[in-house]
Design a binder for this molecule. Structure first.
Ligand SMILES: Nc1ncnc2c1ncn2[C@@H]1O[C@H](COP(=O)(O)OP(=O)(O)O)[C@@H](O)[C@H]1O
Ligand SMILES: Nc1ccn([C@@H]2O[C@H](COP(=O)(O)OP(=O)(O)O)[C@@H](O)[C@H]2O)c(=O)n1
Ligand SMILES: [Mg+2]
Length: 215
């Protein structure tokens, strides 16, 4: 008989014996640079990037029965029920051969967080939090130019409110567990990545590198 853990592993990985994947949650306000930095992390550290927002937008495009509901929620800056988002994340993890994932833009509220933990029994290794002032995030979103229906000032304001009211408490939850790695995100892309790189580089590597420089 399979244990709950086996069942959870089966749910995520497709086989009962497979090991749980390593997961890093990438959080921060809209426009804080999550997607941009994830692309660099993928290149340097071999993670697979899963953006919850991208998966939801792909679901709309695919003509799924949930498409209209998701589209309306995104336009209003609201958070889609976790049942929908977690299914998409689980499928993306299952379909991928990698064993380490950046989950970007999830969990965005307490419901997302608790449901993911319950369904997958996966605890994130740590939470990367991009801390950025609202004025800077607003400027970036208005200049993003990706044709997104939610990058207009009216929806942006709603998204900021949802971030403060629903997403920040999730970050505080992980902060209390000592899992948050805070990044100062209001700097040029390359400077932000320097800070990110330090989080991903093991201490031993840093020492080795410093030693080489001194020699
Ligand atoms: N450090 C930065 N400085 C200036 N612009 C940035 C920076 N990081 C990202 N951007 C730009 O800001 C916009 C939002 O970035 P993105 O990575 O999509 O953020 P998020 O996924 O957090 O919403 C994009 O147009 C991106 O090119
Ligand atoms: N966990 C999530 C992530 C995104 N979303 C929806 O998708 C929208 C866009 O998310 P995103 O992560 O692509 O946005 P950015 O923070 O990257 O600008 C959010 O405003 C929500 O409406 C969601 O409902 N649940
Ligand atoms: Mg994004």
């Amino acid at each position: 008989m399979g244990s709950t853990v086996d069942a959870a592993n089966k749910g995520v990985n497709g086989t009962a014996s497979a090991k749980k994947p390593t997961v890093i949650f990438v959080l921060g306000g809209p426009g804080s640079g999550k997607g941009t930095q994830c692309a660099y992390i993928v290149e340097h550290f071999g993670y697979t990037h899963l953006s919850a927002g991208d998966l939801l937008r792909a679901e709309i495009k695919s003509g799924s029965e949930n498409g209209t509901m998701i589209q309306n929620m995104i336009k209003e800056g609201k958070i889609v029920p976790s049942e929908v988002t977690i299914k998409l994340l689980q499928k993306a993890i299952q379909d991928n051969g990698n064993d380490k994932f950046l989950i970007d833009g999830f969990p965005r509220n307490e419901e997302n967080r608790a449901a993911f933990e319950k369904v997958t029994e996966i605890e994130p290794k740590f939470v990367l939090f991009f801390d950025c002032p609202e004025e800077e995030m607003e400027r970036r979103l208005l200049g993003r130019n990706q044709g997104r229906e939610d990058d207009n000032i009216e929806t942006i304001r709603k998204r900021f409110k949802v971030f403060l009211e629903s997403s920040l408490p999730v970050i505080q939850y992980y902060e209390a567990k000592g899992k948050v790695r805070k990044i100062h995100a209001a700097k040029p892309i390359e400077d932000v990545f320097q800070e990110v790189k330090a989080v991903f580089t093991p201490e031993a590597e840093k020492v080795k590198h410093n030693t080489c420089v001194i020699l």
